[in-house]
Design a protein around this ligand. Structure first.
Ligand SMILES: [Zn+2]
Length: 268
């Protein structure tokens, strides 16, 4: 452990003891949490936050050209926060310039409890139905953008994919969730799924320092429809993409294409 921040509020020594000489038997994901299941039933849970990255290095450090490229840069060595030595001589490294990323070890029972209070429905699962979208947004007066970023609703949607999903659904980021009708629920559900699947196809989006586990850059940033395209032409109508701030996050949208729904008046 190179930076005690990584395991905060737990002490680094406790984390080290929990993973030392354990075998990784499975690798998974819940929302934005990455999970390494160990042979004693415990699970290492890692959240990358904004700038964290996990990279797997081969024993000689040079088998994956992508890895070598990342670690040529001083910045990455400087921001190395944790190092897991594997029994084949390879290494799993966690780097994080902004130090928001965290890791902890949880028992099977604790894990479900941890996630149940934090995570909603998985957008790429069968549970993400139009009915689920309707139920989650019913009565919500807050902006749709904030709803999409709240991990207790749809899990795993970040700032980029929320903008891209809302454009695909032709919904204004400030529209209140509770004002949507059936067609809007359907459009937003499809918009989220399409945006995420496109991102997966393209290997993610590399804006600043994102790399996948082999150190490769994604391609999604070259195909953004609205995100980070302020002042550029809308691909659908030719109008100008605007930027606003919603809940402290930069938000990009097309005012022509994305309809702002009115708040429904309450019936007496
Ligand atoms: Zn437009």
């Amino acid at each position: 452990m190179l930076d005690p921040y990584f395991t905060k509020p737990e002490l680094p020594g406790n984390f080290e003891r929990a993973v030392n000489r354990r075998e990784i038997v499975d690798v998974g994901r819940r929302g934005k949490y990455l999970m390494l299941e160990l042979d004693d039933g415990n699970t290492v849970v890692i959240h990358l936050r904004m700038t964290g990255s996990l990279v797997l290095l081969a024993p000689d450090g040079s088998e994956n050209p992508g890895d070598a490229r990342i670690y040529e840069a001083d910045a990455s060595e400087k921001h190395l926060k944790a190092r897991f030595t594997l029994d084949d001589g390879g290494e799993l490294r966690f780097s994080d310039p902004r130090r928001f990323g965290r890791g902890f070890v949880a028992g099977a029972g604790d894990l479900e409890e941890y996630f149940s209070s934090r995570l909603g429905v998985e957008p790429l699962s069968e549970d993400f139905t139009v009915e689920a979208m309707a139920a989650m947004t019913a009565g919500r007066t807050g902006p749709l953008k904030s709803f999409l970023l709240d991990q207790k609703g749809v899990v795993g949607v970040g700032n980029i994919y929320a903008d891209e999903a809302l454009f695909r659904a032709r919904l204004h980021p400030l529209s209140p969730g509770g004002s949507m009708k059936h067609d809007h629920h359907l459009a937003l559900r499809d918009g989220v799924v399409d945006a995420l699947e496109r991102g997966l196809d393209l290997g993610g989006a590399s804006i600043d320092d994102y790399r996948d586990a082999k150190g490769e850059k994604g391609g999604m940033q070259n195909e953004f429809l609205v995100h980070r395209r302020e002042g550029e032409e809308c691909v659908a109508c030719g109008g100008e993409i605007k930027r606003i701030v919603v809940g402290g996050r930069s938000t990009y949208f097309c005012p022509n294409c994305q309809k702002r729904l009115r708040r429904r008046s309450k019936r007496k």
